[in-house]
Design a protein around this ligand. Structure first.
Ligand code: MGD
Ligand code: MGD
Ligand code: SF4
Ligand code: MO
Length: 704
């Protein structure tokens, strides 16, 4: 590998910041210099601390460099052949003894498009199992479901981030992007410099809320009522866009009637947000010509997340904001490939190109690309939580790639127990995560900087992540793992190890689908610095299609019509309902959970970086001074948070920035302070998203 700078992208979040990587001149193990890559428009060189320090995880001091096999109860180094043979044997045994659906596969939204595509194909044609899903189910599935209902298509943002500074108002619902996507904050600062306004809706006065012109702090789990109350006021104040409603939407009467049942005073009682603040939000949102609503995990990770996002979309439809320039609804997707990872088949009900597994035409098309009989493709499987909950009972063996559910799944102690009860667990990871530590076989894989692949960022922009350094001896890529396993399980062709070769097949498999990548090639991605889907190939996906005459890609969706059959956006009539678990005498406080700037997800990667650990060393319980006083807890004192699922202990962090009826815990740590010991796996009926953002707890002082 040359010692020159390679332009590539961050391994972590959905912003997919551009960066340059240069290996150390002397080739020192894992030492890579990160430098500014100003040509990539999304972050223009800016990086957060996680991106800047990401190379630390490349070091063999913290990562795995040998396969591990459990012998007499202990994980020990083994050869690749032994490890792969063992996995193939165990999966075969499970299939023979219990049938193909006893083999489960669990993927991740951090996997590249190529890996996600290959994993979905591996499950369906090598294992023949319907039991595959992935951690994106825990992430943006409610927004995806609501987007499909309303617009006929789910792409997180239907416009590029560069539109934000030029709109008039952004309502940011349950996003703490100052901590979760720091370089994106610039777009909102520019919005305000240009005279636009920012409304933030969050039960906590976060770093993001501090930037807002107006901050509404509802009780967790009440965003649906809040959105309905705002729509009620919009109607009452005559601020709807009747012409637009008539021409571009359907279903208004029912949605309007539902909203009119949500009086502002009633909404104030449910949400705790005073009516004058509701009116002020309506004024800020409706007065400018253009406005946007953006949601993130706050309103989405609820057992009514789909309806909640639907209610926020209704607001943009009633005021004529969706599918118009500089206006609209968008979801801020979270993981590095949270967008692409949900399009190409690692989801339980899905085939590549965002096709549906139950659609006979989709099955025919994809089966043809895969060279198999459409009837041999299994049907839809279980959603992520339901799959994890079935481990050890219906599902006997699991192949896990790109997730750490021991830390990140709801009701984690139960899920950990389910994982322990498996006959066989194989994990591909770069580090020995808490979940990998329970495996029978662990395969050490290459990472972002060591391999080429594509990701699709939160804007729907498909990007080329280039290999910048040589991986250490002993590791192999996820694609090589699938190739080797397929081979051992009797499928010799169809699992190439070269990412571009996989992408070429993905292009064909996605051609004609919703997420059509057929006009995108590696060459285009390199030359154009990213291409927005849908990007169909004019004459179908021919190998390495020429750039000339190519489809330009689609940065902005819905400007002429929505992706529904009649081209109209659909209002969804929704009504408020309570969280699955409301406070009572025994559990009088609401727990909500989320992130801090210096740790990423289950922390498997970022907890191995000294600088990040120094900034965010461990879990904590954020609570209001009044609650702390009642407990007699001082700053830093350990407090116990107890829910119907279990008990977690972490130091108190006392702040008036949170509602007195609510406590907050970040979920990045295992052990005693694991937030997910407490969370409620109540699922949204449509998206099957668990309720990470609201459950009833009791808070106790410890050791006094
Ligand atoms: N530093 C860091 N950055 C990340 C990640 C990370 O782990 N660490 N993960 C990435 C991923 S995968 C994702 S999905 C994104 C997530 O990005 P965000 O959605 O911004 O992250 P969260 O902290 O989960 O939740 C956002 C806010 O929702 C608020 N909230 C809690 N309950 C409610 C509620 O009921 N209603 C409303 N309106 N708000 C509520 C919380 O107080 C929190 O401030 O971040 C991405 N970026
Ligand atoms: N309480 C609570 N829980 C939550 C949330 C919340 O807000 N509150 N948020 C949920 C959300 S939005 C998400 S996205 C999930 C995320 O939670 P997880 O699914 O646990 O996500 P990560 O910690 O990113 O786990 C990714 C794992 O894959 C490994 N890895 C990284 N790159 C690769 C690769 O290329 N190949 C392979 N094989 N492995 C790789 C990493 O080392 C890590 O062990 O957590 C969910 N859990
Ligand atoms: S904001 Fe996200 S993509 Fe950008 S450097 Fe930080 S973690 Fe990486
Ligand atoms: Mo996420």
């Amino acid at each position: 590998m040359p010692n020159s700078a390679t332009p590539t992208h961050c391994p972590y979040c959905a912003l997919q910041c551009g960066m340059n990587l240069t290996p150390a001149a002397d080739g020192t193990d894992g030492v890579v210099v990160v430098s500014e890559r100003a040509d990539f428009p999304v972050n223009r060189g800016a990086l957060c601390g996680k991106g800047r320090t990401a190379p630390a995880v490349l070091s063999s001091r913290v990562r795995l460099t040998s396969p591990l096999v459990r012998r007499a109860g202990v994980l020990e180094p083994a050869s690749w052949d032994e490890a792969l043979d063992r996995i193939a044997e165990e999966l075969t045994r499970t299939r023979t003894e219990h049938g193909p659906d006893a083999c489960g596969v669990f993927g991740g939204g951090g996997l590249t498009n190529e890996k996600a595509y290959a994993l979905g194909k591996f499950a369906r044609i090598v294992l023949g199992t319907s039991q595959i899903d992935y951690n994106g189910r825990f992430c943006m599935s409610s927004a995806a479901a609501a987007g499909i209902k309303a617009f006929g298509l789910d792409r997180g943002l239907p416009f590029p981030l560069e539109d934000i500074p030029r709109t008039g108002c952004v309502v940011l619902v349950g996003s703490n992007l100052a901590e979760t996507m720091p370089p994106a904050l610039r777009y909102f600062t520019e919005l305000r410099e240009n005279g636009g306004t920012l409304v933030v809706i969050d039960p906590r006065r976060t770093r993001t809320a501090e930037q807002a012109d107006l901050h509404l702090a509802p009780r967790p789990g009440t965003d649906l009522a809040l959105a309905l109350g705002l729509l009620h006021l919009i109607v009452a104040e005559g601020r709807t866009d009747e012409q637009y409603i008539l021409e571009r939407t359907s279903g208004w009467e029912e949605a309007r009637a539902a909203a009119m049942a949500h009086w502002p005073e009633y909404v104030e009682r449910i949400t705790g947000v005073p009516v004058p603040q509701l009116r002020e939000a309506v004024r800020l949102f409706c007065e400018p010509e253009h406005a946007m609503v953006l949601t993130a995990r706050g309103p989405e990770q609820q057992s009514k997340g789909t309806d909640t996002v639907g209610a926020w979309i209704n607001l943009t439809l009633a005021t004529g904001r969706a599918g118009r320039p500089l206006s609209g609804y968008g979801c801020l997707t979270g993981q590095g490939n949270g967008q692409g990872g949900r399009e190409h088949g690692q989801k339980a009900d899905q085939l590549p190109g965002y096709r549906k597994l139950v659609d006979p035409e989709a099955r025919r098309h994809v089966a043809e690309v895969w060279g198999v009989d459409p009837d041999s493709l299994p049907g839809p499987g279980r959603s992520a939580y339901e799959l994890l909950d079935a481990l050890g009972t219906d599902i006997k063996s699991l192949l896990l790639m790109g997730s750490n559910p021991v830390v990140s799944a709801p009701r984690a102690a139960h899920i950990e127990e389910r994982i322990r009860s498996l006959d066989f667990l194989a994990v591909c990871d770069v580090v020995l995560s808490e979940t990998a530590a329970l495996a029978d076989v662990v395969l050490p894989v290459t990472q972002w900087a060591e391999e080429t692949g594509t990701t699709t960022n939160l804007e729907g922009r498909v990007l080329l992540r280039r290999r910048a350094i040589t991986p250490p001896d002993g590791v192999r890529s996820d694609l090589e793992v699938m190739h080797e396993l397929a081979d051992r399980l009797g499928v010799e062709k169809g699992f190439p190890t070269d990412a571009e070769e996989v992408f070429e097949e993905l292009r064909r498999a996605s051609a004609g689908g919703v997420a059509d990548y057929s006009g995108i090639t590696y060459r285009r991605l390199a030359e154009e610095n990213g291409v927005f889907w849908p990007c169909p190939a004019p004459g179908g996906a021919t190998e390495g299609a020429a750039i000339e005459g190519a489809h330009p890609g689609t940065p902005r969706l819905f400007l002429e019509r929505f992706a529904t059959e009649d081209g109209r956006a659909r209002f969804v009539p929704v009504s408020h309902r309570a969280a699955a678990e409301e406070p009572d005498d025994e559990y009088p406080v609401l727990l909500t959970t989320g992130r801090v700037v210096a740790q990423y997800q289950s922390g498997a990667q970022t907890r191995r970086v000294d600088e990040l650990n120094a900034a965010a060393p461990g879990p904590f319980v954020e609570l209001h001074p009044r609650l702390a006083e009642r407990l007699g807890a001082a700053e830093g004192d350990p407090v116990a948070v107890v829910s119907r699922r279990g008990r977690a202990v972490a130091p108190a962090r006392i702040t008036a920035a949170i509602r007195p009826d609510t406590v907050f815990m970040p979920f990045h740590w295992p052990g005693e302070g694991r937030a997910n010991t407490l969370t409620n796996p109540a699922l949204d009926p449509t998206s099957r998203m668990p309720e990470f953002k609201a459950c009833a707890v009791r808070v106790e002082a410890v050791g006094k």
